[in-house]
Design a protein around this ligand. Structure first.
Ligand SMILES: C[S@@+](CC[C@H](N)C(=O)[O-])C[C@H]1O[C@@H](n2cnc3c(N)ncnc32)[C@H](O)[C@@H]1O
Length: 207
């Protein structure tokens, strides 16, 4: 049952998709395609789908319970047609998407891997920026957040060293309301409960 529901709402990238095949996955009237990486339970993804009726969203999340929660919430709100899931590692998805197909991307509170010896497992990296950059249109936004200070610092450093991205905006929890179209996620709430603020980055695809 889940397999069937998921199949109907998945994006298949065994072979690279061209732009028209990607467009055909979404209803007519969808003008832009956004990507959310590691959407967890899908609260942010559902909010964005609800508030941006001309946007189609691709969600990458290997945690199946999260995919099911997001799918349920989308179906009950009549939004499921505008979202496609990749229930696996986002890097496999990025290999199958056509150039400049995305006009926004999000990676919010990725797994922190706080121990020094595990830092190379962190998903936000120069490698990820290399793979994502060609898929974003010039001027596209990439929003990132982390409640782990050294992760946010490393992210800023990686972006400064990357020729395809500029930092448009950096803010902390105290200025959280500067972007009203950035709802609080489940992990951000958890961090707040545990007394940790966060760093929010708005990156821009150069060009
Ligand atoms: C700490 S949770 C944050 C979830 C959500 N963004 C939030 O803020 O509430 C990080 C999420 O990233 C997902 N994740 C981990 N590795 C991933 C990968 N390679 N590709 C896509 N998502 C991944 C995890 O399964 C997890 O749901």
């Amino acid at each position: 049952m889940l397999a069937e529901a998921l199949q109907n709402r998945s994006i298949e990238v065994d072979r690279p998709l061209d732009v028209s095949a990607l467009r055909r996955l979404f209803p007519e009237g969808v003008q832009d395609i956004w990507l959310e990486i590691g959407f967890g339970g899908g609260e942010h993804l559902v909010w964005q789908a609800e508030h941006n009726p001309r946007v189609g969203i691709v969600g990458a999340e290997p945690y199946l319970n999260g995919v099911v929660s997001a799918m349920d919430a989308l179906i009950s709100r009549g939004l499921a047609g505008r979202v496609r899931f990749h229930a696996d590692d986002v890097l496999a998805l990025l290999r199958g998407l056509p150039p400049e197909c995305l006009s926004r991307a999000f990676m919010l509170f990725p797994d922190p891997w706080p121990k020094k010896r595990h830092r190379e497992r962190r998903l936000f990296s120069a490698h990820l920026l290399d793979k994502l950059a060609p898929l974003l249109r010039p001027g596209a936004e990439f929003r990132f957040a982390s409640d782990i200070d050294d992760y946010a610092e490393a992210a800023i450093e990686a972006v400064r060293a990357h020729p395809a991205f500029d930092i448009a905006h950096v803010f902390a929890t105290a200025n959280r309301d500067v972007l009203p179209d950035w709802p609080v996620t489940r992990y951000e709430e958890k961090a707040r409960r545990e007394g940790r603020g966060a760093t929010f980055l708005v990156l821009q695809r150069a060009g």
